[in-house]
Design a protein around this ligand. Structure first.
Ligand code: SAH
Length: 276
C-alpha cells in the first residue's frame, strides 16, 4: 500500500511515496480528495474579509475590466470578488467537479452573466496577451510555484494591471526543525516575506501591499469546517486505507499549524505590472 504523504490540502498532482518516487495521483484518490473539498466553502485558508481587504488596494477596475481567478476551486473567494467589482470574471481550475459547483454558485447568486468557471491548467492559461486587468489567486500558485507563476502570468496582464496572490510564507528567519522539514518536503519554495517581495519586484511588478492573513482564516474558515467532513468520510469509506491516510495528513497539518503558527502562515501579496 502506498504511504501517501499528501501535499498540503492537495488533491494534488503529486503524492510523495515512501521511496521518494513521484507518481501521478490515482484517479480514485483524485476523485476522493475532490469530493472531500467539494463539501467545503473554501479549499484553502482565507475569508471574505481578507478577500475584500486585498481588493481595497486595487484601483483600476471598471465595468469593462477582465479578471481571472486562477485555481479558483469552488469559488468561495470569486463570488465575494464578483459582488464587489463590476467586470467579467473567469474562474479557472483543474478540477471539473469544482468548476461545476462554481458555476452552480454563480447561477444561485445571479452572477452567471459576469462570472464563468472554466476547466484549465494554470501552466497553460487560455487568455490573450495583455488582456487582463487583474489576476487573482488564493492559495493556489504553489501548484506551479510562486516565481514561475509570477513570471508566466505577467504577459496576460495589461501594463498597470494588478496581481493579488495569497501564498505561504515564513514569518521569521529561523524556525524549529519539525516545521521547517515539513514544508521543505511539501513546498520548498516557501520563503520569508521580504524574499517573496523581492521575487515580485524581480518579475516585473511593483509590490503595492502585503499583509498576513489572520489565524482565523486557517482555523475557523479552513480547519474547523473539515472536522465534520472528516467524520463523515471515515464512516462512508470505513476501512479504506487511502482515506485514512489522507485524513491523518489533514489532521497532522492542522496540528502543526496550531503548534507553529507564529512561524508561518498565508500572506496576501498585491502588486502592479510595470513595463520592464
Ligand atoms: N482559491 C481556492 C482554492 C485553493 S486550493 C480557495 O482559496 O478556496 C488550490 C486550487 O488549485 C484547487 O482548487 C486545485 O484544484 C487547483 N489547482 C491545482 N493545480 C492546478 C492547475 N495546474 N491549474 C489550475 N488549478 C489547479
Amino acid at each position: 500500500m502506498l504511504k501517501a504523504l499528501l501535499c498540503l490540502r492537495m488533491y494534488a498532482i503529486h503524492i510523495k511515496i515512501m521511496n521518494n518516487e513521484n507518481k501521478t495521483i490515482h484517479e480514485f484518490e483524485f476523485n476522493l480528495i475532490c469530493e472531500y473539498f467539494s463539501n467545503m466553502e473554501r479549499q484553502g485558508p482565507g475569508s471574505p474579509e481578507v478577500t475584500l481587504q486585498a481588493l481595497s488596494f486595487i484601483d483600476n477596475l471598471t465595468d469593462q475590466s477582465l479578471i481571472a481567478d486562477i485555481g479558483c476551486g469552488t469559488g468561495g473567494q470569486t463570488m465575494v470578488l464578483a459582488q464587489h467589482t463590476l467586470g467579467q470574471i473567469t474562474g479557472l481550475d483543474l478540477f471539473s467537479g469544482f468548476i461545476n459547483i462554481f458555476n452552480h454558485n454563480a447561477r444561485r447568486l445571479g452572477l452567471q452573466n459576469r462570472v464563468k468557471g472554466i476547466v484549465g491548467s494554470m501552466d497553460n492559461l487560455p487568455f490573450l496577451n495583455e488582456e487582463l486587468d487583474l489576476i487573482w489567486s488564493e492559495g493556489a500558485i504553489y501548484h506551479i510555484g510562486f516565481e514561475r507563476g509570477l513570471n508566466e502570468w505577467r504577459k496576460y496582464l495589461k501594463t498597470g494591471g494588478y496581481i493579488a496572490i495569497s501564498e505561504s510564507a515564513w514569518f521569521t528567519e529561523e524556525r524549529p526543525a519539525e516545521i521547517h522539514n515539513f514544508w521543505m518536503d511539501i513546498y520548498p519554495e516557501i520563503d520569508t516575506i521580504p524574499n517573496k517581495i523581492a521575487q515580485i519586484q524581480k518579475a516585473g511588478y511593483i509590490p503595492v501591499a502585503t499583509f498576513i492573513l489572520p489565524a482565523t482564516c486557517w482555523t475557523e474558515h479552513y480547519h474547523i469546517p473539515q472536522i465534520a467532513v472528516q467524520e463523515a468520510f471515515l464512516n462512508k469509506y470505513s476501512g479504506n486505507k487511502t482515506v485514512e491516510e489522507f485524513i491523518a495528513f489533514q489532521r497532522h497539518e492542522a496540528a502543526l499549524y496550531r503548534k507553529y503558527k507564529e512561524y508561518y502562515g498565508y500572506v496576501f501579496f498585491i502588486a502592479k505590472k510595470v513595463e520592464l
